[in-house]
Write a protein that binds this ligand. Structure first.
Ligand code: HEM
Length: 481
């Protein structure tokens, strides 16, 4: 009796779920003209999760090919590099990034994770376009003084601490009790700034908001084992923690929305824009997720690396210091006296932050060039298409190593050296982060303002040194990671 139910059920499951995937797996090996890397029989090429850069680099070199295919479980992934690949990757309209980042990194929550009904089409692209209408100069002008206050508060709170920028989101354990985790603090700082970006100061800075939001983003962004990424539905402790974090995250966003709806004279911020446009809770949730995750995942490590590069490159620290001194002399005429650092620096109008700190811009760009070296991911959500004689199938994932541009000696001489000269007075468009088409970093302007308020505050009010684990000054910067 049981077998009469169970066996047909198993067969049906195989037909519905497994057979189409085996077909996809078979096709990926046989019929696309792309060299195929055989990985583990069931899991596929797990090194993509454990040693991504080496895995991509080694296979490109060994196959002497700028394209190859591998498999992660049932999913077919095409790795590509070179000029044509870069252009395909960043311009082809069928290539969406949401599925890719979710599958390969398993981080940002989907509305449906919080039981919100979703439409079929990914909303992020149109959302970015719509929200961009808000991102005019006056929006950033309004945010500048607040950003300076948040920077000062962060630096003041931790001015006596030493910290380890390489311990990702975990506090350093005793015997170094006063060593704190820098990423954690820069993360909290960036979450606070990002909340101010989405909802006006009064709401964003309500007690507990930043800490609660940082905690749930930290949990959501933590990467579990490879198995928990490829089998996200397995009820592992990691999965349960993530579900809990999604709920907390959703609760926090809903709370902000509910609070806003009660306000009599709401401020003109991104949340209000969405509410005025009649956006659903699903859209608001997607928008918050997109901006919070995009901003919070990239900016804190960049700030940490800037501090390290400044501390280990005397020439650039001095140039930065000189630029900052000239900036203060020109744009902050009233001496600091008893005012706070933020009030003192707020004398400089936004325009001067954007145009009169070219060395700091170059330091930020060079830091991103050296540290943003992972692999971007897309999924072909359109029809099959042919790329240089190779078939890219509907449903295929595509991955492109950013190092193909950022560490390419044809783009940047001595590409492993920290050399902000690469960007001073040089047009790096097309070779560099945030300017690639279709998904340019819409937060690039904001990231530059944030980083510069941070560096100017740091160099004006504080001194910092990189030390090794024993507390001795350390002068050699580790290479790209
Ligand atoms: C130093 C800090 C940052 C770096 C290095 C960075 C880098 C990038 C890169 C490389 C992309 C393209 C990703 C891809 O093509 O797969 C991107 C996209 C994006 N970034 Fe940033 N970003 C930074 C800060 C920010 C901030 C602060 C925000 C928010 C204000 C932000 C919002 C976004 C958004 C919304 C996208 C997606 C654009 C789209 O889909 O059209 N980013 N970022």
């Amino acid at each position: 009796m049981i077998s009469a139910v169970v066996i047909p059920l198993l067969l049906a499951t195989c037909f519905i779920f497994i057979f189409p995937r085996l077909r996809n797996w078979w096709i990926s090996e046989q019929n696309t003209g792309i060299p195929f890397i055989h990985g583990h029989l069931i899991l596929g090429s797990t090194q993509y999760f454990t040693k991504r850069d080496e895995f991509l680099e080694d296979n490109f070199s060994q196959l002497n090919s700028s394209i190859f295919r591998f498999r992660i479980l049932f999913y077919s992934v095409v790795a590509l590099r070179g000029k044509a690949a870069c252009s395909l990757f960043f311009t082809n309209k069928s290539l969406g990034w949401e599925d890719g980042y979710r599958l390969m990194h398993g981080m940002a929550p989907k509305p449906r994770d919080a039981s919100i009904k979703e439409d079929a089409a990914p909303a992020s692209h149109s959302m970015v376009k719509r929200v961009s209408v808000m991102l005019k100069t006056d929006y950033y002008e309004r945010m500048l003084p607040q950003m300076l206050r948040i920077v000062e508060h962060t630096l003041e709170s931790h001015k006596e601490d030493s910290f380890n920028p390489f311990h990702i989101l975990e506090p350093v354990r005793p015997p170094q009790p006063n060593r704190i985790l820098w990423l954690k603090h820069s993360c909290k700082f960036v979450v606070r700034v990002m909340l101010n970006f989405l909802v006006a100061e009064k709401m964003a800075d309500a007690p507990g908001h930043t800490s609660a939001m940082t905690a749930s983003i930290t949990q959501l962004a933590s990467v579990g084992s490879m198995l928990s990424i490829v089998f996200p539905w397995l009820p592992t402790p990691y999965r349960l923690k993530k579900l809990n974090a999604v709920k907390n995250y959703y609760f926090l966003v809903s709370k902000l929305v509910a609070q806003r709806k009660k306000e009599k004279n709401p401020e003109a911020d991104i949340l209000q824009y969405l509410l005025d446009e009649g956006d659903s809770m699903k859209n608001i949730f997607s928008c918050f997720t997109l901006f919070l995750f995009a901003g919070v995942l990239e900016t804190p490590p960049t700030l940490s690396w800037i501090m390290i590069y400044l501390s280990t490159s005397p020439e650039w620290k001095q140039r930065a210091q000189e630029e900052v001194e000239a900036f203060l002399a020109q744009h902050c005429p009233i001496p600091r006296g008893t005012s706070s650092l933020a009030e003192y620096l707020a004398q400089a109008p936004l325009e001067t932050w954007e145009t009169d700190l070219p060395v700091l811009d170059a330091i930020l760009n060079e830091t991103v060039r050296l540290t943003l070296t992972g692999a971007f991911i897309r999924r072909n959500t359109g029809d099959d298409f042919v790329f240089e004689g190779n078939i890219i199938r509907n449903g295929d994932f595509l991955t492109y190593p950013v190092s193909d541009q950022h560490l390419n000696p044809n783009n940047f001489t001595n590409p492993l050296e920290f050399n902000p000269h690469h960007h001073l007075g040089v047009d790096t468009a097309g070779k560099f982060w945030g300017v690639w088409r279709r998904h340019p970093c819409v937060g690039k302007r904001f990231a530059h303002i944030m980083a510069k308020t941070y560096i100017v505050s740091l160099l004006t009010g504080y001194d910092h040194t990189v030390v090794d684990a024993q507390g001795n000054p350390f002068y050699h910067t580790p290479g790209p990671t």
